[in-house]
Write a protein that binds this ligand. Sequence first.
Ligand code: FA5
Ligand code: MG
Length: 452
Amino acid sequence: MMVGSALRQVTRACFYLLSKASHISRGHQHQAWGSRPAASELAAQAAPGHVVELLGKSYPQDDHTNLTQKVLSRVGRNLHNQQHHPLWLIKERVKEHFYKQYVGRFGTPLFSVYDDLSPVVTTWQNFDSLLIPAHHPSRKKGDNYYLNRTHMLRAHTSAHQWDLLHAGLDAFLVVGDVYRRDQIDSQHYPVFHQLEAVRLFSKHELFAGIKDGESLQLFEQSSRSAHKQETHTMEAMKLVEFDLKQTLTRLVRHLFGDGLEIRWVDCYFPFTHPSFEMEINFHGEWLEVLGCGVMEQQLVNSAGAQDRIGWAFGLGLERLAMILYDIPDIRLFWSEDERFLKQFHVSDINQKVKFQPLSKYPAVINDISFWLPSENYAENDFYDLVRTIGGDLVEKVDLIDKFEHPKTHKTSHCYRITYRHMERTLSQREVGQVHQAVQEAVVQLLGVEGRF
Ligand code: FA5
Ligand code: MG
């Protein structure tokens, strides 16, 4: 039993990115998964002292390392910087809108734009700087890609807020790839892109033209009563909230035109208060496209902007692109198929594009059932594993059945894996090979008992 669980740990470590494993070419990956690697090989790979090498830097591995080859292959692709890619088109449209609408004192753009910040951030940047408490569930290993205990792939572009504020910026946009361990379907992919915006105001800016001099005086930390100051802070927050909603409404009107139905939903983020999500009515369904709010003063203060008050928002570029261009599947953004990419080769970024779907090739569906190990089973580990092996052939994975054996109390899960190629018809035989590799890997790496 002890030996078994030790081997399981070693094989599990192998599943994650190891520097020695990174030389395994993608072509060899299926083969590697298909046959049980020699224990000595695994032990060598999991030996302490290994490092994760990413974007020219080395990160020592530890018990938090959980980056997969599959996700690693996406780092550095920078779809948002690839000319004429739909995500690039949206980024350019948002940039142009902000450059034109918001002009600084000397006629220069108010917002500066950062679209090539490294996706590798510290856990401090991703969580602590945003007032996310030490044991908050969003820090879970099961939800994030960690290089090690101190470094991770950013889970949101908010990870850069504090640094840019600390550098003295008042208004900025950040665009980048973000990484989350998540379920698999047409709207969820472990890598997606966000566009973040932050704007700070001085008290003078905020009340200029709206309030009389008395109002401004009230805001200053002088002789007024605590109660009045509080009332005034509330008023300032209301103005910031108003500006935020107006800015975002203008932005979506610019992108989508006037016909679009939107609504605001109250929500919670540790770094904003109040907080909201904007939803867009898309073919009769409400789709969340962004999170936003008035920045927590503690964050603003700690970044050295004590005299300011501001708003922030973070929107999902894929969500906007899917609505704007009618793109049905999030995997298409990673396609290198010219039939997809050439549809976005427009001479003017504001030109209307209506995506013509590529003919849909037939799906091949295979189920997999197994008994879960008595402990340490996480669904996201399974999803990651299926993705690592099946790559973009995997359209979705659904948990279709779950039951507990009345006598043994063991739990069984049955997942339905839908395989589909975006660009050709898959044969049963080739899917069979991938599916078999999934079966073998799930036994070997997650310690389940197959019911194949
Ligand atoms: C955030 O990531 C916050 N950082 C947003 C924020 C910024 C709030 C600044 C306040 C101030 P959330 O997890 O809801 O929040 O993600 C924001 C947007 O990213 C979502 O509205 C959605 O458009 C997009 N998004 C989230 N998860 C996915 C996913 N798995 N796939 C595609 N897009 C996603
Ligand atoms: Mg959300």
